[in-house]
Design a protein around this ligand. Structure first.
Ligand code: MRU
Length: 329
């Protein structure tokens, strides 16, 4: 990959500022748990696995910035509610003993390396499912920008292309934050992979056209029964894929599985500020005084998911059995 999403250097966490892409590739440097939490909340860094990796470094930084560890831990946990990788990473780092900068930084490094390896394995498992010679449709950004590198859904895309499959890549623009138009398109083009973006509302027409052989999306939290929270707009995409008889795949590391959530109803859904909907690039486009519903995620019921691809292999229905089995390792 021709860019880095997050890395630790000179005693600080460096984040590629995803709010500025594709116009500018700027780096934000954070030096404490509090600053890391702020960067996660403000979406400097986003995407479930990348948020987890950033939080891990944030906890390591908390040991050098004079912060109270428990306070830093709870500020990080509160920064974004839906991606369970955040809680997973914070719990993993909290268990490290003795609790020094060196031990926590080493664990954060391991977590980052494991996430990259998981994405490569997800890519290998997922590439086998991708039909050759047909399009792949994705939503949001589940790429290198959302992970330690390579990506989950985009890892499947990359691995399918690396395996020689001929697949046109389609990306929903992903209103309102435009992760598809701004981030997925940028990251694929950086790597020389052609991509066509489309308005979210055009996905059903594209699926009905026969050009798409499968949909591949990432996940923010997968419940025990396979219900999957991902970027808002994923659920209607799954419905449209089912109507068009196109397989719908979820690609995610096992760190995204939350066995404490029995079903999608147990997954907290973040609501984002109204301005993300009422404004475009800082200019107001909606009438003054209008009310806004802006959930950042939706839950796709497991019955619409053809398979869940993890680094440990592929889960299929009945997910009540296959998801806990994969999570157990
Ligand atoms: O609000 P975001 O941009 O953090 O949402 C990201 C997504 O919904 C991704 O699809 C998900 O985190 C998987 S990233 C590999």
């Amino acid at each position: 990959m021709s860019f880095r999403t997050l890395w630790f250097e000179d005693g600080a966490l460096h984040l590629l500022d995803q709010r500025q892409l594709p116009a500018r590739a700027e780096i934000v440097i954070v030096r404490s748990g509090r600053e890391t939490a702020q960067a996660i909340r403000d979406m400097v860094v986003r995407g479930a696995p990348a948020i987890g990796c950033a939080a891990a470094y944030g906890l390591a930084l908390a040991t050098t910035s004079g912060e109270d560890f428990a306070q830093a831990r709870s500020t990080l946990l509160d920064s974004r509610p839906t991606a369970v990788n955040l809680r997973w990473a914070v719990e993993r780092l909290s268990a490290v003993q003795p609790r020094t900068f060196e031990t926590l930084k080493a664990e954060a490094d391991r977590l980052l390396a494991e996430d990259l390896a998981a994405c490569k394995a997800i890519g290998r498992h997922g590439a086998a499912l991708v039909p050759d010679g047909r399009g792949i449709l994705t939503h949001c950004n589940a790429g290198g920008l959302a992970t330690a590198g390579y990506g989950t859904a985009l890892g499947v895309v990359r691995a399918a292309l690396e395996a020689g499959k001929k697949c046109a890549v389609f990306a929903d623009e992903t209103r309102p934050w435009l992760q598809g138009a701004r981030l997925t398109a940028w990251e694929l083009l950086q790597d020389g992979i052609p991509v066509t973006i489309l308005p979210d509302g055009a996905a059903a027409s594209l699926l009905g056209s026969g050009k798409v052989g499968c949909v591949v999306v990432g996940a923010d939290r997968i419940a025990r029964n396979g219900d999957t929270a991902n970027k808002i707009g994923t659920y209607p995409l799954a419905l449209a894929a089912q109507a068009a008889s196109v397989p719908f795949f979820v690609a995610a590391p096992t760190s995204t599985i939350d066995l404490r959530a029995q079903s999608g109803g147990d997954i907290p859904i973040e609501e984002r500020p109204p301005a993300e909907v009422t404004h475009l690039a800082g200019s107001r486009v909606a009438a003054d005084g209008v009310q806004v519903f802006n959930p950042a995620f939706d839950v796709t019921p497991a019955r619409y998911i053809s398979a869940i691809v993890t680094e440990r292999g592929v889960a299929r229905a009945p997910y009540e059995r296959s998801v806990p089995a994969l999570a157990a390792g």
